[in-house]
Design a protein around this ligand. Sequence first.
Ligand SMILES: *Cc1c(COP(=O)(O)O)cnc(C)c1O
Length: 402
Amino acid sequence: MISPVLPTYARVNLEFERGEGCWLVTTDGRRYLDFTAGIAVNVLGHANPYLVAALTEQAQKLWHTSNLFRIKGGERLAQRLTEATFADTVFFTNSGAEALECAIKMARKYQYVAGNAERARIITFEGAFHGRTLATIAAGGNAKYLEGFGPEMPGFDQVPFGDIEAVKAAIGPETGGILLEPVQGEGGVRVPPPSFLTALRALCDQHGLLLILDEVQSGVGRTGKLFAHEWAGITPDIMAVAKGIGGGFPMGACLATEEAAKGMTLGTHGSTYGGNPLAMAVGNAVLDKVLDPAFLEHVRMMSLRFTQLLAEVKDRHPNVIAEVRGQGLLMGLRAQGPAAELVLALREEGLLAPGAGDNVVRLLPPLVVSEEEVGIAVQKIEAACRRIEDGMAAAPVKGAAE
Ligand SMILES: *Cc1c(COP(=O)(O)O)cnc(C)c1O
């Protein structure tokens, strides 16, 4: 019999009662160090008093009105986001996929109003993840997510990630833009060289294409800059944001330059909930913290420390960890054995970390993680490695040389 909750997730049998900063506490009182953070969402940790205050204060005044009326919190958040980024304008959504939908529509419309209606195709990359709507599964190109869902939405041309020659070869008379994650998250924490983004920016300028970045996972301080593309010293034309931007409240945003947004005139797009007063109150509160230069400095310091310690763990356990990769606090461990085995061993040691493509386990702590908590996480990772090695000793791999 089907479960009342549509069974599309293989859920871990853990139920949490509350969160405290970087920790989650189960209903039976066990404490887990949470380096899943809602999949890079809870940037300020769980039950952050500042966010709780912002949410409850707004909750007592007004939750929802609709975009038929002015929303002061949204005007303020959009103003602050445009001041902090390349963007001139912002559309608020409820999720990452919706932010991408807005970005894709905007790019097509831009070319359309420029008299290039045929330039509706967008170049995307292997290993990408852009969400689960019909357009975003087509953009992501993952066959597993497309299978059985009928005609694939046309308009995406996929090339290998990091391959600039393949991008050049894919640009045709119908190409209107290039869409990518500056660091692939779900694809396995794949960080391209900074020169890749620079080269893509140059190609876009040369061919009149829009550079669309999906910073749903890499944005809002995750990599130690407000947005990951800042490391490469380039700016996009359009950018999709979500996850961290609401600190756990469901929200997203599509940011754009005035030029890129010029087709999005009255009535061309909308959302019932997007940017409602409750979401905007939390979004502004998240930004209060993340825009503090000391906040990003903290992320970079914790990243440095974490990276160093992880490299030592890898050196001690080369038969468990093949590679440490990532940027800022968007880190990954590529496993030698199945990544799922490492995820399980980590959980048994009390550390929650999500898997990813490319046989990688992601490490995505809340960005407020302390040096002490980084140390505890590393001890747990070390213990998980030993646990796996003990398993190997108990059951030697068939055919292994002894
Ligand atoms: C999670 C994610 C999305 C989809 O966000 P949803 O809020 O689940 O719709 C899109 N792009 C990237 C890079 C993501 O990590």
